[in-house]
Design a protein. Sequence first.
Length: 272
Amino acid sequence: MRALLPSLAASVLLVSACSSSSTNTDGGTVTLPDGAVVPATDGGTIPGSDGGPQGPLVTYGQKYEGGEFHLGPVDYAETQWHNACAPGTKYAPAVQQVEGQLLAGLWNGIPNTADYCDACIWVTTAKGKSAMLRVVTYGDTSMNSIDVSPQAYAILDSGEYPRTMTWQFAKCPDTGKVLYEFQTMASEWWTSLWVRNARVPLAKVEVKSANHAAFTKLDRGGDGTLTDNAGFGKGQFTIQLTGIDGSVYSDTFQWPANGVGGQTLTGQGNFP
């Protein structure tokens, strides 16, 4: 899967957050990043880390049908293609650990594909196999098809051809806290980051900070980054995530002594 290269790289340093809050809004519809309003559906269970059920399966929006799953391969080592949602230095080890090895790359014909970087999808094959995969890239493939990691392929493949499947966006299993990975050139004057490991696909990300008295939406880039071209300003800041189901989660941080460039800040929690 051919992918887009990001503009700037980032490295990792874990820093604790000061506070967080979350609210959950129930509703029968969700608004996707492309503006479409679609029904939300619940059903089934998602597996936990031990293979047993963790909780109800929650999916969002339409089923993407008529595509196939292919062994990309999609992998963190980028043995064939760069992951479009990663910096030039590849996915950081801390992010790999929480997001896991069951990876997917989406067809780039989906509107605003980069908005779904690090979201989860629930894949079901025509043979009845299923898996929860994490989106780490996108690129050229056939309509509604996905490329997958070797680990995901091993779960989904039954030796069939064509490898027909359907998929939907879904709530990720609980694998830990939200991570905020800042680009290496990020500063108080120009601030850019990736949001990693959020359980719910994101409709928008906003910041309230020294430069923004009210929550201000960050701009999504083609590599999945979220950027404030005016910068957060130096001081305490709150990042607010709104999921496509309307749920809201936020983390508040003090400005790191060494700045945010190249750092990864760890939130206090995640969407419920």
